[in-house]
Design a protein around this ligand. Sequence first.
Ligand code: ATP
Ligand code: MG
Length: 286
Amino acid sequence: MLVDGVDFYLDYNRAVVVLGESGCGKTTLAKAILRLLPRNVETYRGQVNLAGQDVMQLGDEEFRLNVRWAAISMVPQAAMNALNPVLRVGDQVLEPAIIHLGVKKADALKLALKMFQHVGVPADFINRYPFELSGGMRQRVAIAMALITSPSLIILDEPTSALDVLMQANIFNVLKRIKKELGTSFILITHDIATSSELADDVAIMYAGQIVETGDAMRFFPTPPHPYAQKLMASVPRLRGKKTLEFIVGQPPSLVGPPKGCRFASAITTASQDMFAPLPKTSGLD
Ligand SMILES: Nc1ncnc2c1ncn2[C@@H]1O[C@H](COP(=O)(O)OP(=O)(O)OP(=O)(O)O)[C@@H](O)[C@H]1O
Ligand SMILES: [Mg+2]
């Protein structure tokens, strides 16, 4: 099973940052929450409790109408490249308001302009096409689209990847302001440990399809308890102190028939066996 043993709690107006290496199942988790996985691979077991209601019990149509985008929206991975190139960004941002809030186009347009203001996109950009915007501005448009229905929870999948450090800081400032002004909760998936720590109230560490540790950010960042989380934190470059970055030898276990028990323990065992394995014989020419 690809994502398994995932259990975390997110309070109102809090942000949980989901950290973990590439391929550990972060996007799959996000898509599973919103029922966006392809039909041929999905197997849903467990609960997603939203304000006391297990939304996994809802039928697909009810979920589409009342949960997806209405209560939980998403800024998908590489969202800035997911905008429709032949539609003006304004028309794309207002669409969820028409579909999920049932408002007329003129009112949806007013809402879209309000969202642009929230995320710092100039009002006249509403008539532009995506290719007329920078990557950072397109990312903000994607966030505006996720905001327009006033969902209580927004899942952001790597919202600052492929942006320069200044724009990354800008986006995190926008998210912080939205959280403060609108009371939104966030599940923030990111590799940007340093910048995301600014927004994080809670941290969830994913490894090989499982959440191996959750905790309060203030306590987690200085002293992460799980060995994998310790390595993850030690891989962040710092201006002062230790200069050598740590890394994990070997590879995470296969998610097809993963080992029983702690998956990180088995990865370390395999890696240390690899390290002590005799080197292959060379031809002597290299
Ligand atoms: N539709 C799919 N069908 C089959 N395998 C998939 C599918 N989507 C994802 N996977 C596999 O599931 C695993 C987890 O993928 P996922 O996209 O969730 O990782 P991730 O943690 O988001 O990685 P990244 O940080 O690179 O975005 C990967 O091995 C991926 O190849
Ligand atoms: Mg991903």
